[in-house]
Design a protein around this ligand. Structure first.
Ligand SMILES: NC(=O)C1=CN([C@@H]2O[C@H](COP(=O)(O)OP(=O)(O)OC[C@H]3O[C@@H](n4cnc5c(N)ncnc54)[C@H](OP(=O)(O)O)[C@@H]3O)[C@@H](O)[C@H]2O)C=CC1
Ligand SMILES: O=C1O[C@H](COP(=O)(O)O)[C@@H](O)[C@H](O)[C@H]1O
Length: 459
């Protein structure tokens, strides 16, 4: 059965997200599911002809290697409507000329999104309209709550899709299969067997011209408060009975409610740093503070670490180290699970003294298990051996998975309102401590491994 045609209205159609992620994502969705009936309408305040716009859509689809047969009808039918989304008359006119059912995708600066939502409260939207929003969802707990209330005055919660593209990443979704679809890991997934969990997303990318957004956010808000806590939620949640959105999102929210800075001490549990000039992959990277658009007095961090604890029976006293940063010498995007030592190693075997570890490499995808065993040479001397599985290429880009779910009206791969609030609740004490200057802003040279001594769990 073909899906009913849906109109995807992209507000902010001329922006970076639309060009680099959204349209190529849609292209990969259509290449896997060419029978999908979707009309695309671009809206932005810049003057563009229908032809210019359809060329952009066509180029993005070509980038996604979508074949002509699937791309053609969407590219031919797509339209562009010049719209200042903050002008009530123009917004009304846009909504009047697009055919329901609608997905309104806010690819706008977040402050503009909030104002457009206020207009939509007055204008109203056709019944069944879905709203797709990009992070950040508010700037703090209060504004996140206010945004949630405002959105609910426009559409019901099930029609609000708060995007976190990590939820469309196959290696992250693999956490669910890895944990719950075999007999091996599920019984040992708790404080009884796991000593420490590290969720790391070190990037070699530097600022890449994104000062306008990034300098107001920093690594903690950009990555930890959103993506890394979502990974944590999948890692630590209880077993879902089904992959139904209500079930999975409730279990994720339950975990997030238990998360707090380690020992409830936001100062000792967090670290922040900013990169200085350095050489990275053969190119010179300027000092972050000297980049165009950066206000050095803001003290924005480009590397953040936060150790959290989960106040529940399964995870009590297990430190979860979350770290992400930019301009690091080596990309390291992985979840590292360190197991407790065995209760007893037979006397007569020479132990390795190394803990067993499970490493989930997120990009490219792999699962690596470091296990102590009798390996080669002297059979009484134990060694660590690596068991490894490479995960195949994803069938589509993360934005393709997410758009597919939104077009189906399935909120599984998006964030529920209460989750969005919890994410802010967790980091707020840390942000406050940083604002009050209680945690030093350290420095590291671009291309280095970051400052010394990170990754240790405070006593
Ligand atoms: N870019 C990225 O890699 C990612 C972005 N995001 C999120 O996506 C959203 C968009 O970001 P991004 O694409 O980078 O931002 P951009 O500034 O590149 O794009 C926003 C677009 O919205 C347009 N716009 C601004 N005001 C209005 C208005 N009143 N009416 C109509 N159009 C308007 C802008 O036009 P003009 O240029 O004239 O201002 C611009 O074309 C943000 O929430 C961001 O956090 C999330 C993940 C990744
Ligand atoms: O949302 C964001 O994510 C990217 C990292 O995700 P990836 O899928 O591109 O690896 C990060 O670089 C960016 O700063 C952040 O806004």
């Amino acid at each position: 059965m073909p899906h009913a045609p849906t109109t995807l209205v992209i507000l902010g159609a001329s922006g970076d997200l639309t060009r680099r992620l959204l349209l190529p994502g849609l292209g990969t969705l259509l290449s896997v599911e060419p029978e999908r009936a979707v009309r695309v309408v671009g809206a932005d305040r810049v003057e563009l002809s229908d032809e210019d716009w359809s060329t952009r859509v066509g180029e993005a689809f070509a980038e996604a290697e979508l074949d002509e047969a699937a791309a053609g009808p969407v590219v031919e039918e797509t339209r562009y409507v010049r719209t200042d989304a903050l002008d009530e008359g123009q917004l009304r006119a846009l909504l009047d000329q697009v055919e329901a059912p609608l997905v309104l995708y806010f690819a706008l600066p977040p402050s503009v999104t909030v104002q457009v939502c206020a207009l939509l409260e007055r204008i109203g939207v056709p019944r069944g309209t879905r709203l797709a929003l990009e992070k950040p969802f508010g700037n703090d707990l209060d504004t996140a709550r206010e945004l949630n209330r405002q959105l609910l005055r426009v559409v019901p919660e099930d029609d609000i899709f708060r995007i976190d593209h990590f939820l469309g990443v196959n290696t992250i979704l693999n956490l669910v299969g890895l944990r719950f679809a075999n007999r091996l890991l599920q019984p040992i997934w708790s404080r009884d067997h796991i000593e420490k969990v590290e969720i790391l997303y070190d990037e070699t990318l530097a600022l890449e011209g994104r000062a306008g957004y990034y300098d107001g956010a920093g690594a903690l808000m950009d990555m930890l408060q959103s993506h890394l806590l979502q990974i944590l939620a999948f890692f630590a949640m209880e077993a879902p009975a089904t992959m139904d959105a209500k079930e999975v999102r409730s279990l994720k929210a339950q975990v997030l409610r238990a998360v707090h800075p380690w020992r409830h001490d936001p100062v000792a549990s967090s670290r922040r740093a900013r990169y200085t000039a350095g050489t990275l992959e053969g190119r010179e990277v300027p000092d972050y503070a000297a980049e165009e658009g950066v206000d050095p007095s803001r003290g924005t961090e480009t590397l953040a670490e936060l150790v959290v604890q989960l106040d529940n029976a399964r995870w009590a006293d297990v430190p979860f180290v979350l770290r992400s940063g930019k301009a690091l010498g080596q990309a390291r995007k992985e979840v590292v699970v360190t197991f407790r030592p065995p209760a007893h190693v037979p006397t007569g075997l020479q132990d390795t003294d190394a803990n067993d570890r499970l490493v989930l490499e997120l990009k490219p995808g792999a699962v690596v298990l470091d296990l102590s065993m009798n390996a080669e040479g002297d059979p009484f001397v134990l060694e660590q051996k690596e068991l490894q599985a490479q995960l195949g290429k994803a069938r589509m880009l993360p934005y393709g998975e997410i758009l597919g779910a939104i077009l189906d009206g399935d909120p599984l791969l998006t964030i529920r309102g209460d989750e969005a609030e919890e994410l802010w609740r967790i980091v707020e004490p840390v942000l406050e401590a940083w604002r009050d200057g209680k945690v030093e802003l350290e420095e590291y040279a671009a291309g280095s491994d970051g400052p010394e001594g990170w990754g240790t769990v405070p006593g």
